[in-house]
Design a protein around this ligand. Structure first.
Ligand SMILES: *[C@@H]1O[C@H](CO)[C@@H](O)[C@H](O)[C@H]1NC(C)=O
Length: 520
């Protein structure tokens, strides 16, 4: 009897005490790596018992219970030229920063104006406890917080840099902080420091004068009507941007640079990797088990298609791999003719399971952050061939940390790759270094997935985590550099100078008049 009472009590209490929250997760970017990160967020939160509405353009294969999909794929599409290796190699892509800025702004607009989203927003019975949105070069999604009048969390997919740090804190010092598009690692040289300063100042002016205007227009056109429909007064977007509760950052100090972070900037890098690695298929396992000289795994990531490699480069790579003793697993979307025996093409590669295998000795990668994270997680040294975005800085950090080598994407890359492979295979210091970093990466108080859930719940339970907000965020820059004090001091000095002059001249005048009187 008492046993049943206990069961009843525990069941009832779990029903009443469990806090299932309603969470809106906004990750509309149509890139595979972005959807892997998004699904990680969705899965961790839904496994913790929360009800998720997930805005995406890539529908997950498996749906967790309690997840509702808002499919925006009809309007959000990726510009394929940006991701075509050949056009990148031929320098057909212009000013990357401006192009990406405009491209992602257009994408945000298409996502927000999508009919499915608009339908969701006009449903006045719908309410959320928190919103989590992926940050990608603009802040217009902060406008969603105005509709649901709830806390807002940014998700940053890369290592901390000035644009995401300033979402909840101040701009970092450019003399030792690289921006996402640069490939520099501190300590910075004199020209590098000037470049970083220039990028921050120009970037900030660009945001204030160009980007925020477009953001406001999107906000007023597509989000503000829903705020008014709910009977709320429409807050300026600027106010919502300043009211962000937290940044979840897909980063960890083992991969990046030790950066000062405010208390509401939480690094959760590695949360997307399951604690238990899925077993390899029978064929692949046998292949890897039998590789006496080890396995080299080559993948340019999920966005870039290796089939866009120029034909001559493909053939040279194939020949070069054929000269190696190692078994090569090449993730490639098409089968290649005249393949050497030690080279195997995988149309789809279980990357984590391959890296987890003991015989995997080297990972040739484009240096995306997911691949970088996985190489550290499983302790495999890398050769990075960066193509765009944060890949340059990821690879540069790996080189500086001593577990990676960089090879440029070029028509002569097969030759350079061979040199790099041989150097790395013959020098154990790369593997030693990556194992050290892997230890640092794993040596945390808790799994990053748990951390993620904890902080999202913390924001909800504390009504927006106002206590975590850094006062630095709302202190104007001129106050931080004490420009006001400088002006007061300047005025004082000038005033004293004139006062002094005045006193001197009156004394002189008095003396001269009195001496004149004496002369008379
Ligand atoms: C700012 O955020 C807090 C907590 O998330 C919320 O209660 C408040 O209404 C928000 N203020 C504005 C102006 O949106």
């Amino acid at each position: 009897m008492s046993k049943w009472a206990l069961v009843l009590v525990s069941v009832l209490s779990s029903v009443y005490l469990s806090n299932a929250y309603k969470i809106l997760v906004i990750f509309p970017l149509p890139g595979k790596s972005h959807s892997i990160l998004a699904e990680g967020v969705v899965n961790h939160l839904s496994r913790a018992g929360h009800e998720i509405t997930y805005v995406t353009s890539i529908i997950p294969d498996k749906l967790q219970n309690g997840v509702t999909i808002v499919d925006v794929s009809s309007s959000v599409k990726l510009e394929t030229k940006m991701l075509n290796i050949k056009s990148i190699m031929n320098n057909e892509i212009e000013n990357e920063f401006l192009t990406s800025m405009n491209m992602f702004m257009e994408m945000s607009k298409k996502a927000i104006s999508n009919e499915k989203i608009q339908e969701l927003l006009s449903d006045k019975s719908q309410q959320f406890d928190v919103i989590i949105a992926e940050w990608m070069l603009n802040e217009v999604y902060a406008g969603f917080a105005g509709i649901y009048n709830c806390p807002f969390i940014w998700f940053s997919t890369v290592e901390p840099h000035w644009m995401v740090l300033q979402l909840v804190d101040e701009m970092p010092n450019p003399s030792y902080t690289s921006n996402i598009m640069s490939a520099t690692v501190p300590p910075l040289s004199f020209p590098q420091r000037i470049t970083e300063l220039g990028v921050q100042i120009m970037g900030k002016l660009f945001q204030n004068w160009y980007v925020s205007g477009i953001e406001n227009k999107i906000y007023e056109t597509y989000l503000a009507p829903h705020i008014r429909a709910r009977g709320y007064t429409m807050p300026p977007l600027e106010l919502l941007k300043q009211n962000v509760s937290l940044v979840l950052s897909n980063s960890h100090v083992s991969m990046g640079v030790a950066t000062r972070l405010p208390p509401n900037f939480i690094p959760v890098g590695g949360y997307h990797i399951d604690a238990v690695v899925k077993p390899l298929s029978e064929d692949l396992r046998k292949l890897m088990d039998n590789a006496k000289h080890g396995v080299i795994y080559f993948s340019m990531g999920s966005n870039l298609r290796s089939q866009h490699f120029p034909i001559e480069v493909k053939q040279e790579l194939l020949n070069m791999f054929g000269e190696l003793k190692q078994t090569v697993l090449w993730k490639f979307e098409e089968d290649l003719p005249n393949r050497p025996d030690n080279v195997h093409i995988l149309k789809w590669a279980p990357q984590q399971s391959i890296l987890a295998h003991n015989n995997c000795v080297l990972f040739i990668t484009h240096g995306g952050l997911l691949s970088t994270t996985e190489s550290i997680h499983f302790g495999v040294p890398t050769i990075g061939i960066p193509v765009f975005g944060d890949q340059y800085v990821n690879v540069a950090r790996g080189v500086r940390k001593g577990y990676a080598k960089k090879v440029d994407l070029s028509y002569s890359m097969a030759k350079n790759l061979k040199v790099a492979i041989q150097e790395m295979i013959n020098d154990s210091s790369f593997t030693k270094k990556v194992k050290e970093l892997s230890f640092i990466y794993h040596h945390r108080t808790t799994h990053p997935g748990k951390e993620l859930v904890h902080w999202v719940e913390h924001v909800i339970k504390t009504g927006g985590a106002l206590h975590l907000r850094s006062p630095a965020f709302l202190t104007p820059w001129y106050q931080k550099v004490y420009l006001d004090l400088a002006i007061v001091l300047l005025v004082l000095i000038i005033a004293i100078k004139y006062l002094f002059r005045y006193i001197c001249s009156t004394i002189r005048n008095k003396r001269s008049t009195s001496s004149k009187k004496k002369q008379k």
